[in-house]
Design a protein around this ligand. Structure first.
Ligand SMILES: Nc1ncnc2c1ncn2[C@@H]1O[C@H](COP(=O)(O)OP(=O)(O)O)[C@@H](O)[C@H]1O
Ligand SMILES: [Mg+2]
Length: 236
C-alpha cells in the first residue's frame, strides 16, 4: 500500500481580479507518496513554482488544502509554518539560494540544530561530493554544479522528510545537470526521502516514479513509471 505523505486538495491560486486575473493554479488535487520521486512537468508559466511554494509553506493558496497527516499546513500560523519549513522540508532552487557571505560549510551548518554542527556539515558535504578542499569556499568561488551540491547538502542535513526541487538543473549545463540528477536519485534510493522535482525538461521525467503534467494551472495527466530510468542514462 502506498502511503500518502502529503495530500493536495483542490488547490487554487488566483492573482488579481476581473479581466486581468491569472489562475496560476486552478483546482489541483493529488497525493505525494512516501519515498517516491515525483516529477511535476509543464511549460513555463503553468504554475509549477506556485504549487511547489505552497506545498513548501512559502506561499499561501487562494483556496484548497495541503494535508500533512491530519493537519492542513495552509491553515498554519506564521510560527507553525516556520517550523514546518525548518523541520519537514528541504528546498532546492534553480539558482541555489546560498548565502553569499558564508562558506559552503557555514551555509550547511545554518540548517543544523543541536550539537556537532561542523562534523555533520562536513560529512554531508562529502556525501554530495564536496571535499575538504571546497568546504571553505564562498558561493562566488564555486561553479554552478558545486553550488547546487551545497544547496543539496543544506536540504539533506536537516533530515527533512520531503525535499522539494524547483528546476534544480535549470541553470546548469547538461553534463553537470545530469550529475546533479544522479545525486538526487541516489539520495531518494538510499535515504528514502520523498522528493518532488519541478521541471519543464521532459526527459527528466523518465527518472521519476510518477509524473504529473500541468497545463494552465490544472493537471493534464498523470503517469506511473514502472521502471524509472537511471539519471545517468537520461539524454536531453
Ligand atoms: N506574484 C505574482 N503575481 C501575478 N502573477 C503571478 C505571480 N506569480 C506567478 N504569477 C503567474 O502565475 C502563473 C504561474 O507562474 P509560476 O508558478 O511561476 O509558473 P512556472 O513555475 O510553471 O513557470 C504565470 O502566469 C505567472 O505569470
Ligand atoms: Mg517556475
Amino acid at each position: 500500500m502506498k502511503e500518502a505523505i502529503l495530500q493536495i486538495k483542490d488547490l487554487k491560486k488566483y492573482y488579481g481580479s476581473g479581466d486581468s486575473q491569472v489562475k496560476a493554479l486552478d483546482g489541483v488535487t493529488f497525493d505525494v507518496y512516501k519515498g517516491e520521486m515525483l516529477v511535476l512537468l509543464g511549460n513555463s508559466g503553468c504554475g509549477k513554482s506556485t504549487l511547489l511554494n505552497i506545498i513548501g509553506g512559502m506561499d499561501s493558496p487562494t483556496s484548497g488544502q495541503v494535508m500533512l497527516g491530519d493537519t492542513d499546513i495552509t491553515a498554519y500560523k506564521d510560527r507553525e509554518l516556520t517550523s514546518f519549513r525548518k523541520e519537514k522540508i528541504g528546498f532546492i532552487f534553480q539558482f541555489y539560494n546560498l548565502l553569499p557571505d558564508l562558506t559552503a560549510l557555514e551555509n550547511v551548518r545554518l540548517s543544523i540544530k543541536g550539537k556537532d554542527k561542523d562534523h555533520l556539515a562536513e560529512k554531508t558535504l562529502e556525501l554530495v561530493g564536496l571535499g575538504e578542499d571546497r568546504m571553505h569556499h564562498y558561493p562566488s568561488q564555486m561553479s554552478g554544479g558545486e553550488q547546487q551540491r551545497v544547496s543539496i547538502a543544506r536540504a539533506l542535513v536537516k533530515k527533512a522528510d520531503i525535499i522539494l526541487c524547483d528546476e534544480p538543473t535549470g541553470a546548469l549545463d547538461d553534463k553537470t545537470g545530469r550529475l546533479i540528477l544522479e545525486l538526487l536519485q541516489d539520495i531518494v534510493r538510499k535515504e528514502g526521502q520523498t522528493m518532488v522535482i519541478v521541471t519543464h525538461t521532459t526527459p527528466i521525467a523518465s527518472m521519476a516514479n510518477r509524473v504529473i503534467t500541468l497545463k494552465n494551472g490544472k493537471i493534464q495527466k498523470e503517469k506511473v513509471n514502472e521502471h524509472p530510468m537511471d539519471a545517468k542514462d537520461i539524454e536531453w
